[in-house]
Design a protein around this ligand. Structure first.
Ligand SMILES: Cc1cc2nc3c(=O)[nH]c(=O)nc-3n(C[C@H](O)[C@H](O)[C@H](O)COP(=O)(O)OP(=O)(O)OC[C@H]3O[C@@H](n4cnc5c(N)ncnc54)[C@H](O)[C@@H]3O)c2cc1C
Length: 501
């Protein structure tokens, strides 16, 4: 079956896709969005996010430009810090061990603030993320870790507004439409073959933007590319990102790029469901480990829980948990830090045990070597630099000395009962390997030549993240490259149309 034709088809229904669709439409293109999910599950991983955007800013005045209803009182009691282009580039380099494609990094950073303004212009409201990115110390909030703003209503709020804008601008969206293959003719891309309710259709277009995510929800690809054990990871977000866009492009000669064996993965509720539930997107988060210790089945610590702010370590510690015996760990806290635990720790569904003594706690953490666990806590307590004051807002240097695995910051002793332990496994967020693009988002072939009419944005772009990821860069990168891809796709379609006339 063959359908009407469009200037630009956007494959995917998340943040990168809708930014591409809106930007193409603004260039006058006739746009179709193909979303594999049904309408009630639309929005991909973007809908699961906290809505955080990592952007360049120079303090309160820049934040107020994005959040105009910020009051003078809020400004007075907040230290937003600043996050310069140099800070951002340094973080992207340092966190990815300097493997990030420098041109793509530069494109994200230099376009970050303007793109947030552009997204805002499409109806998305932003607010400072006081709850997740700042701590209140002595009556003053201080933002740590480079991220200040998030979309009002989190990822669901973001996607709701972007879908509203899509509707307002007359962009067609087909739900339950799975793109299966790209059509390529002598002059370049000619459309997409899709599957709807088991029936194949062909839809013609002059350009295609691929924005349909990585392969984190595909067990088979996970195990093939990330390695043994990854079949057991829980998927934090959508079940629909199974690598289709990457595979379709590789089939017509696109170049694979980036760290195919790498992914973003976190410590996650051990008995979470296999896939995320968009109605409860945050219930399985276990991000407060910098304030306690993590132990494995042998009863020992295995990682520096306080190596850096959570934003700079959380995305690589899921893999570390997966690599422990039995692929699980326990996060242990006492009453001194309980008030710092994120709200998800209090939700039903957390695998939690409590004890009035460490012995009682050890007894309840049934799959952990009890004597070794108690010995680990004893050694850890003795190694804490008690003379250094604790401050969750800065890298406080309150570490441990002399342990095989030292803790660098936020080391509090575990001595005020009742003690609490939470069991965690590995939750995968998204994969790092994907397609090679240039800074205009053309998908490149193996000789680095653009495939005419093919563009990509979002999680399926390779070359951005290696080994680790600075929190809240995913939405930012998706919006930056999505905007560019839509604009470039529309221009290409216009050119192709004039050539044909
Ligand atoms: C729990 C969680 C919290 C997160 N928090 C943040 C945060 O606060 N800030 C941040 O920057 N990042 C965050 N991330 C990462 C972020 O979600 C991603 O980087 C970003 O959303 C990727 O956007 P995307 O548009 O590329 O992909 P997605 O939003 O995943 O969209 C992909 C879309 O493609 C569709 N699709 C897949 N295959 C096909 C096909 N064959 N045909 C048609 N459609 C298809 C899917 O249904 C989906 O709609 C978080 C991720 C998770 C899971």
């Amino acid at each position: 079956m063959e359908n009407a034709s469009f200037d630009v088809i956007v494959v995917g229904g998340g943040n990168a896709a809708l930014c591409a669709a809106l930007s193409a439409r603004e260039q006058g293109a006739a746009v179709l969005v193909l979303e594999r999910a049904p309408v009630e599950k639309r929005g991909g991983n973007s809908a699961f996010t906290g809505g955080g955007f990592r952007m360049v800013h120079h303090g309160a005045a820049d934040i107020r430009n994005i959040v105009p209803d910020l009051t003078d009182e809020e400004i007075a009691r907040t230290d937003f810090g600043q996050y310069t282009a140099e800070d951002y580039l340094d973080d992207l380099g340092r966190i990815t061990q300097y493997y990030i494609d420098p041109d793509l990094a530069e494109t994200i950073v230099r376009n970050s603030t303007d793109t947030v303004h552009w997204v805002r212009g499409r109806g998305v409201r932003f607010v400072p993320n006081y709850g997740r990115q700042a701590f209140n110390v002595n009556g003053r909030f201080r933002f740590f870790g480079g991220v200040v703003i998030c979309a009002n209503g989190g990822g669901r709020g973001l996607m709701e507004q972007l879908y509203k804008a899509t509707e307002k601008h007359g962009i067609a969206v087909r739900y339950g439409a799975q793109a299966k293959a790209l059509l390529r003719g002598p002059a370049g891309i000619e459309g997409v073959r899709i599957l709807v309710n088991g029936v194949e259709e062909v839809i013609r277009s002059r350009a295609v933007v691929l924005a349909c995510g990585g392969f984190e929800a595909n067990r088979e690809m996970r195990t093939r590319y990330l390695g043994p054990g990854w079949d057991m990871a829980k998927v934090r977000g959508t079940r629909y990102n199974t690598g289709d866009g990457i595979n379709m492009a590789l089939e017509i000669g696109a170049q694979s790029y980036g760290q195919w064996s790498g992914c973003h993965s976190v410590a996650w509720e051990r008995y979470a469901p296999d896939f995320g539930e968009v109605e409860l997107p945050h219930s399985s988060y276990r991000h407060s480990y910098p304030f306690g210790i993590m132990v494995n089945a042998d009863g020992g610590r295995f990682v520096d829980e306080g190596a850096d702010f959570r934003n700079y370590t959380y995305a690589k510690y899921g893999r570390v948990v997966l690599q422990q015996p039995g692929s699980f760990a326990w996060q242990v806290f006492d009453q001194q830090v309980k008030h710092l635990l994120r709200e998800e720790y209090k939700l039903r569904g957390a695998t939690k045990v409590q004890g009035n003594t460490l012995e009682e706690l050890a007894d309840r953490m049934q799959d952990v070597h009890p004597r070794q666990f108690i010995e680990t806590v004893r050694e850890y307590n003795a190694a804490v630099k008690r003379d250094v004051p604790f401050d969750p807002n800065v890298r406080d240097g309150r570490g441990t000395a002399g342990l095989a695995v030292n803790k660098t910051n936020w080391a509090n002793t575990l001595e005020v009962p009742p003690f609490e332990a939470y069991s965690v496994g590995c939750g995968i967020t998204f994969t790092f390997g994907g397609l090679k693009i240039d800074t205009a988002t053309h998908v490149l072939d193996v000789e680095d030549r653009p495939i005419p009419g093919l563009y990509a944005a979002g999680e399926l772009v390779g070359g951005l993240f290696y080994f680790n990821y600075p929190g809240s860069t995913g939405l930012m990168a998706g919006s930056v490259f999505g905007c560019i891809a839509g604009r470039e796709g529309a221009r290409h379609a216009r050119g192709a149309q004039s050539a044909a006339a």
